[in-house]
Design a protein around this ligand. Structure first.
Ligand SMILES: Cc1cc2nc3c(=O)[nH]c(=O)nc-3n(C[C@H](O)[C@H](O)[C@H](O)COP(=O)(O)OP(=O)(O)OC[C@H]3O[C@@H](n4cnc5c(N)ncnc54)[C@H](O)[C@@H]3O)c2cc1C
Length: 401
């Protein structure tokens, strides 16, 4: 591990311990994004992880920078998720943005002075982004006029710029899609009421509406034809980032359970002396080790042909393991596991949220299933014995019926 990465990971761990954990319950009660905390994250180098140093970023490769969310996830998975989306947008802006965009925004984004988020989902299109309709019309002077609505926009009203996927024609499919960075203060943007979420209320989520919003061509991040592929790449990075954050969440749940269990007296000993409890926590520990290996391998595959499949494996496996870990650790504490100060109920709800966001567990299964079908097509045929299903005779009978 490079010393630069070590420094950044230590900064992320300190941020989780000193800034997130002591305050997250208050943030949730106040229901407001802790801007002073994200300012501190920026000062600690956590808001420009993959952006080049020339723009004020840390210049880390994805495979390394993604480990930051494991540390932030020790504090809170929703906070880690929001910073991961900011970092992905910052990476896209610094990598693919126009020179004018970089001049105007890059340093503010890498420093965390300004926050970015990604807007793809719409009220009628989550898992199926082909059904999106937010539409950009290209004007004679090169500006774009945008109309439509996005849903589940994280950092709604708080982000300073929204990296938004739009269609540019009525044609079905994705060939006309582009990604444009829309500043929050552009006339015509409005937000719906904030969603009321149970355990991550500090993360503002809402619908965002565009009513003839005019955007400069300087803000086109991915031109027509590249919007969908770019969005998929961003989502792959997000999936692995979420898996990384889930590992921090699992570690936090396990440590809470161990800290309690080693002291809880029962049956002449301690709760942690019971074989059954050790086995339960042992499974959590094994799942955590497997999850770390999987997300790190997936992070190394990003940008290669294996990237999407590995990201799907990580997003399929790790949040499920995190849900199981949070619930198991709650069970180990008995009734105490349900009480707010122990934080385990919050971790269970966060883990469930992380199963959904940026492509559900089921969508990961779809990606994996398609890869299996491709692999099957390249394998030799293994004939099914007569009497076990699809024989010529059966096919003929079925056709006759
Ligand atoms: C906390 C949070 C923050 C978010 N932040 C953002 C954001 O900042 N920007 C953004 O663009 N989006 C964001 N999202 C949206 C998120 O990415 C979507 O919620 C997600 O993609 C699922 O879409 P959906 O909620 O519309 O569910 P739907 O697509 O309606 O799916 C409903 C159910 O059907 C299942 N399903 C779908 N297809 C299949 C299939 N082929 N086989 C089996 N089951 C299937 C799904 O798994 C799910 O269980 C956020 C969501 C959450 C919860």
């Amino acid at each position: 591990m490079s010393s630069h990465l070590e420094t950044i990971l230590a900064a992320a761990r300190d941020h989780a311990n000193d800034v997130i954990l002591p305050n997250v319950d208050v943030w949730n009660t106040k229901k407001t994004w802790p801007r002073e905390a994200s300012d501190k994250a920026g000062a600690a180098g956590l808001t420009g992880l993959y952006a080049p140093k020339e723009w004020g970023g840390q210049g880390l490769p994805l495979s390394e920078g993604i480990q930051v969310y494991e540390q932030l996830g020790l504090g809170d998975g929703a906070y880690a998720f929001a910073l991961s989306m900011h970092n992905i947008c910052t990476f896209a802006g610094c990598g693919y943005g126009t020179d004018a965009f970089k001049e105007g925004w890059a340093r503010d984004l890498t420093s965390g002075r300004k926050l970015a988020n990604f807007a793809l989902t719409e009220p009628q299109s989550g898992s199926d982004p082909m059904k999106m309709y937010t539409r950009a019309t290209i004007n004679d002077d090169g500006t774009w006029t945008i109309n439509g609505a996005k849903a589940w926009v994280s950092l709604a009203t708080e982000a300073d710029i929204y990296f938004t996927v739009v269609k540019t024609s009525d044609d079905p499919g994705h060939k006309d899609m582009a990604m444009v960075a829309i500043p929050a203060d552009a006339p015509g943007i409005s937000f719906g009421p904030k969603y009321d979420t149970p355990s991550y209320n500090f993360l503002p989520l809402a619908e965002m509406n565009f009513d003839n919003v005019v955007v400069s061509e300087d803000n086109i991040i991915l031109p027509i034809g590249q919007g969908f592929q770019g969005a998929l790449m961003a989502i792959d990075i997000a999936r692995v980032s979420i898996a990384s954050g889930c590992c921090g969440l699992m570690q936090a749940a396990l440590d809470t359970a161990l800290s309690y269990s080693k002291n809880r007296k029962m049956f002449g000993g301690k709760n942690l002396d019971l074989d059954g409890i050790q086995w339960m926590l042992g499974e959590v520990a094994t799942d955590l080790e497997a999850s770390k290996l999987l997300y790190r391998k997936a992070a190394e595959a990003l940008g290669t042909p294996e990237g999407p499949l590995m990201a799907a494996h990580a997003k399929r496996f790790v949040p499920d393991a995190a849900v199981k870990a949070a619930n198991t650790c709650t069970q180990v504490l008995g009734g105490m596991g349900l009480l707010q100060p122990y934080g385990l109920d919050r971790l269970s709800r966060l883990a469930q949220m992380l199963r959904i966001v940026d492509g559900t567990t089921e969508i990961s299964r779809v990606v994996i299933g398609r890869a299996l079908q491709k692999r099957a097509a390249g394998l030799p045929d293994l004939p099914v014995p007569k009497g076990y299903g699809e024989t010529d005779e059966n096919d003929a009978n079925i056709a006759a019926e």
